[in-house]
Write a protein that binds this ligand. Structure first.
Ligand code: SAM
Length: 248
């Protein structure tokens, strides 16, 4: 998958590609990431990428010309992208479903905003998606671009060593993940649940499914509305809800 990021801080993006799972994915060629310096697409001596807002007001706005040129360069050098994403607090909230959908594309571009944002004509003429990573305002689109890249890359087969672990992550099956423990079995008086030490695989699987359900009910009950639950899970959910009501 080709992933291009247009930014005034390319090193910020490149630094995350130097370690961990993303670094391995780049090295093995599963993802091909290029960070483009927006200033390379300016035509003036000072490489200016921003200007004051028409109508006045505080803050600067990223100019359209360098961004249009950057996108033209991406098209010529790397082919026509299937998605051009603008990270923005005004966008649709990024979700697991978006990560999955984008992971099936072969070429994605992210254009990182800065200052007050990007000239609206970029959104009108170039963007296919406007994505928010949460209801708060960051200083630029670089961290959201990396959030999107990481979440998308994890969904591409071969990026995470054990694909089963991705399938069991929170949201993948519609629920939150179950709790995880490692050695020692007892630490400062806190014991790992006996069932996990029992070696009984079916019981362990049952416990994990039930704990995932319990967590989801406690922390994100909204997810249960769209989760595909079998009869056993629905019966557990009724029990958990009853237990919850009786402790109120
Ligand atoms: N004036 C804009 C507003 O209130 O909607 C905020 C601009 S913000 C300071 C600068 C850039 O950071 C945005 O153009 C966008 O690229 C990025 N950004 C900030 N918060 C974001 C969020 N929650 N999700 C995605 N991108 C965000």
């Amino acid at each position: 998958m080709k992933f291009d990021v247009v930014t005034i801080f390319p090193r910020m993006v490149e630094s995350l590609l130097e370690e961990g799972i993303l670094a391995r994915a780049v090295k093995s060629g599963v993802i091909d990431v290029v960070a483009h310096d927006l200033r390379d697409f300016t035509t003036d001596r000072h490489r200016v990428v921003d200007d004051v807002a028409f109508g006045g007001g505080p803050g600067m706005v990223l100019k359209p010309e360098p961004i249009f040129r950057a996108l033209e360069h991406v098209r010529e050098a790397r082919g026509t992208p299937e998605a051009v994403i603008l990270p923005s607090p005004q966008g649709r909230r990024f979700s697991h479903a978006d990560a999955r959908r984008l992971s099936e594309l072969s070429h994605v571009v992210v254009v990182c905003g800065r200052y007050e944002g990007i000239d609206e004509r970029v959104r009108d003429a170039l963007a296919t998606d406007e994505i928010s990573v949460g209801d708060y305002v960051l200083s630029g689109g670089e961290l959201p671009a990396l959030v999107i890249l990481d979440a998308v890359a994890r969904q591409i087969p071969g990026v995470v060593g054990d694909q089963d672990s991705v399938a069991q992550d929170s949201f993948a099956g519609g629920l939150l993940d179950y709790p995880h423990y490692t050695r020692p079995a007892e630490f400062r008086g806190m014991r790992v649940p006996d069932v996990l030490l029992s070696g009984h695989h079916a019981e362990i699987a049952r416990w994990r499914r039930r704990e995932a359900l319990r967590r989801t009910l406690e922390r994100r009950p909204d997810l249960l509305e769209s989760a595909a639950l079998d009869a056993e899970a629905r019966a557990w959910l009724d029990e958990l809800r009853k237990a919850e009501r009786s402790t109120r």
